[in-house]
Design a protein around this ligand. Structure first.
Ligand code: PAF
Length: 275
């Protein structure tokens, strides 16, 4: 596997790469990422993985400094998965000076859910992803559905800015007990790790009830929030939304998703389930 730490090195390799699929990550790779890499290989001649812990998307009190940086182990996993190009730029390569131009996502996509709780987060995500797109010039880019709102923002950015890139959202990959793989799962203590699947269980209970015809969303949400709270969680939100734009569902025939974010100890977990 070739590892590129500068933009010119990546661009030189890109010129001979044919159809390229990009899988952007912040590293500390888990099985969910590796599934995305394998899926990416089905869409292109060359898979480019990127690893960059993007300071622009972290709030001042968030975990940028302690975010796990595990480049050696990540490289080994990527190589074993057959990835041939890793773009792992240095901070100086990506931000030689403080970033002055940014992508401002549509307010209706970022004033809710994660965007409301993490001001500036999606601006940072959209800015770095557009920059990665400009550097790698992929034909297709793959993202996990665990970051559901992130995908909505990026898909709308690609559409509004007429980017010639197909964006693909891949199903969330889960451990056998249902917990969605996430780089932040490593922050959980052994006891918290045993408790963590409850988030998915609550989402599943709501999804099953709605599939069976339940329409009292607010009551379902309140019951799930109460159950999590009873087990020591601090939920930020747990809500049934329209899949297309994450607004509150108004018609019964709309495609839905139930999304949640909750803190367990010091770890904030997010998850969602399409209904
Ligand atoms: O989902 C992530 O890991 C990040 O938000 C992304 C898309 C790599 C941008 O930094």
């Amino acid at each position: 596997m070739q590892i590129h730490t500068t933009i010119p090195s990546l661009r030189a390799a890109r010129a001979q790469a044919g159809r390229v699929a990009l899988v952007p990550t912040m590293g500390n790779l888990h099985d969910g990422h590796i599934t995305l890499m394998r899926e990416a290989a089905r869409h292109a001649d060359t898979v480019v993985a990127s690893i960059f812990v993007n300071r622009l998307q972290f709030g001042p009190s968030e975990d940028f400094a302690k975010y796990p940086r595990t480049l050696e182990a990540d490289s080994a996993r990527l190589e074993a998965a057959g990835v041939t190009h890793l773009f792992a730029p240095t901070e100086a390569a990506m931000y030689p000076q403080p970033q002055r131009y940014h992508v401002d996502p549509a307010p209706e996509h970022v004033s809710i859910l994660e965007g409301a709780l993490r001001p500036g987060h999606f601006r940072g995500v959209a800015t770095v992803v557009l920059k990665l797109f400009n550097i790698v010039a992929p034909d297709v880019a793959l993202f996990g559905k665990k970051d559901y709102q992130q995908f909505i923002v990026l898909q709308n950015m690609a559409q509004d800015l007429a980017l010639p890139i197909e964006l693909i959202a891949h199903d969330t990959v889960r451990a056998a007990d249902g917990l969605a793989f996430s780089s932040r799962n490593g922050y959980l203590s052994a006891t918290e790790r045993l408790e963590a699947p409850r988030l998915y269980q609550q989402l599943s209970a709501i999804a099953n009830a709605i599939r069976k015809g339940a329409r009292h969303y607010a009551e379902l949400e309140a019951a799930a929030i109460a159950e999590l709270t009873r087990h020591g969680w601090q939920p930020d939100y747990l809500t049934v939304r329209r899949r297309a734009d994450l607004q509150i569902a108004e018609k019964t025939d709309e495609a839905l998703v139930v999304l949640a974010a909750a803190r367990l100890g010091n770890t904030r977990l997010i998850d969602n389930l399409e209904i």
